[in-house]
Design a protein around this ligand. Structure first.
Ligand code: XUL
Ligand code: CO
Length: 478
């Protein structure tokens, strides 16, 4: 008992010493309108005084606080890089991630934190968010209602807290920064332990509806371009105690009510479902893109929704991220990408920043085919490793994630301009570029006609798939 108290004392001393250190550097207010400048004319801000505004320096730069591949204004295939990427910072990881895991206490002691979940701290943290966005050159952000403002004792109190923080966010957004999407956190509070829209408790369903209603209102108020539904705990741990059919019906009714309310308040943003196969439940209902598409079709919701594909969720479901974005695209459902990656040796959602240029190139091939992601974008739903504890690591991680995807874009554009991969695929299907092929594709070839042709042509000549050649061409672009 005594040693626990001693540890607590040490912990609070650590926070205090961090606050003291934080107060030392020169400060400027974090509102974007201010032109507080140093001698060199470089705006330093209030919370990251040692970090300059991040600039593009090109691939030969050794400066970790610079972009090597992401050059926002440069045009690739007729569009500025910033318009292909539409990057966004995820408030929950970047500013609420503590580094804690089931085995250990938080490791992040950010100098701006005072160790509380107060409204004052929420407002200060929001100013940190906007200074970070400005410095890193990302003009979009995403949030959950409960990350940005503390939960209250009643719905009214929670809503009032949210309103205060949202009013500040609106002011700080100004004209330069916009909201990519908002969402509600329907999984942390114990009331959601059995799910939200799929909870067997009516009171929980009702509470979740009230929370989403408010989150949609503030997303609309902040000019959000999308609204996300990640399943949270919508799923089951055992089918023995679960009426899956009834739960899925409830989820569909919940979405119908969200669509109706969106229209009622004049919110024109896209509604997005974010598939994930497991975690926290053993079976999440929005397992993968194909499962979510089937759900939307079954309940007649397909024209009202798109999908938010998260790369780490894709690999948890046994697919590649490329498979999931391509599945969404061919169904007309590719709305947004939660840009992160998993670890091939670890079986859970590690939410790492994407660093694999090959994976990024594959994803970008689909994004280009899709004509971009707007009104969606690439949201960095990614967190620092528990062991990365310097403030500059927040910058380095986002810079590396942005550079990886930018490099993917450059490589994908090279592959498309070169044309040999496209030609390889075209050739594989060229037997269908014939009169009979066209008849089949138009649904005008019946079995009798096909049998006649089979007898006339005899044994078909089947060509090589050329997979290694395809891989060779792909590698040459990396
Ligand atoms: C959880 C996850 C969420 C959603 C938003 O795995 O990805 O952060 O993106 O609720
Ligand atoms: Co996500």
């Amino acid at each position: 008992m005594k040693s626990a108290k001693f540890l607590l004392l040490l912990f609070s001393l650590n926070i205090v010493s961090n606050i003291v250190t934080a107060a030392a550097p020169p400060t400027c207010p974090a509102d974007i309108g201010s032109d507080c400048a140093t001698d060199s004319g470089e705006w330093t801000g209030e919370f990251f005084p040692g970090i300059p505004k991040i600039k593009y320096e090109g691939p030969s730069s050794k400066n970790p606080l610079s972009f090597k591949w992401y050059n926002a204004e440069e045009e690739i295939l007729g569009k500025k890089m910033k318009d292909w990427m539409r990057f966004s910072v995820a408030f929950w990881h970047t500013f609420r991630g503590t580094g804690g895991d089931p085995f250990g206490a938080p490791t992040k002691m950010w100098p701006w934190e005072d160790g509380t979940n107060s409204l004052a701290m929420a407002k200060r943290r929001m100013r940190v968010n906007f200074e970070f966005l400005e410095k890193i050159g990302v003009d979009k952000w995403c949030f959950h209602d409960r990350d940005i403002a503390p939960d209250g004792k009643t719905i009214e109190e929670s809503n009032a807290n949210l309103d205060e923080v949202v009013a500040l966010a609106k002011e700080l957004q100004g004209k330069k920064i916009s909201l990519l999407w908002g969402t509600s956190q329907l999984f942390v509070h114990p009331r959601y332990m059995h799910g939200a829209a799929t909870s067997p408790e009516l009171g929980t369903y009702v509470y979740a509806a009230a929370q989403v209603k408010k989150a949609m209102e503030v997303t609309h108020y902040l000019g959000g371009e999308n609204y996300v539904f990640w399943g949270g705990r919508e799923g089951y741990q055992s089918l023995l105690n679960t009426d899956m059919e009834r739960e899925l019906d409830h989820m569909a009714r919940f979405f119908e009510a969200a669509i109706a309310y969106k229209k009622k308040i004049g919110f024109n943003g896209t509604l997005l479902i974010e598939p994930k196969p497991q975690e926290p439940t053993k079976h999440q209902y929005d397992w993968d893109a194909a499962t979510a598409a089937n759900f939307l079709r079954k309940y007649g919701l397909i024209d009202e929704f798109k999908l938010n594909i998260e790369c780490n969720h894709a690999t948890l479901s046994g697919h590649s991220c490329h498979h999931e974005v391509e599945t969404a695209r061919i169904n007309g459902l590719l709305g947004n990408i939660d840009a992160n990656t998993g670890d091939p040796q670890v079986g859970w959602d590690t939410d790492q920043f994407m660093m694999d240029v090959g994976e990024a190139t594959l994803v970008m091939l689909t994004v280009i085919k899709n004509g971009g992601l707007a009104p969606g974008g690439f949201n960095f739903d990614a967190k620092l490793r528990r062991e990365s504890t310097d403030v500059e690591d927040l910058f380095i991680a986002h810079i590396a994630g942005m550079d990886t995807l930018a490099r993917g874009l450059r490589n994908a554009a090279k592959l498309i301009e070169d044309g040999s991969l496209g030609e390889l695929v075209r050739k594989r299907y060229q037997s269908f570029d014939t009169e009979l092929g066209a008849q089949i594709e138009a649904g005008k070839a019946d079995f009798e006609l096909l049998e006649k042709k089979a007898i006339e042509w005899g044994e078909p000549k089947v060509g090589s798939a050329k997979q290694e050649l395809a891989e060779m061409i792909f590698q040459s672009a990396l």
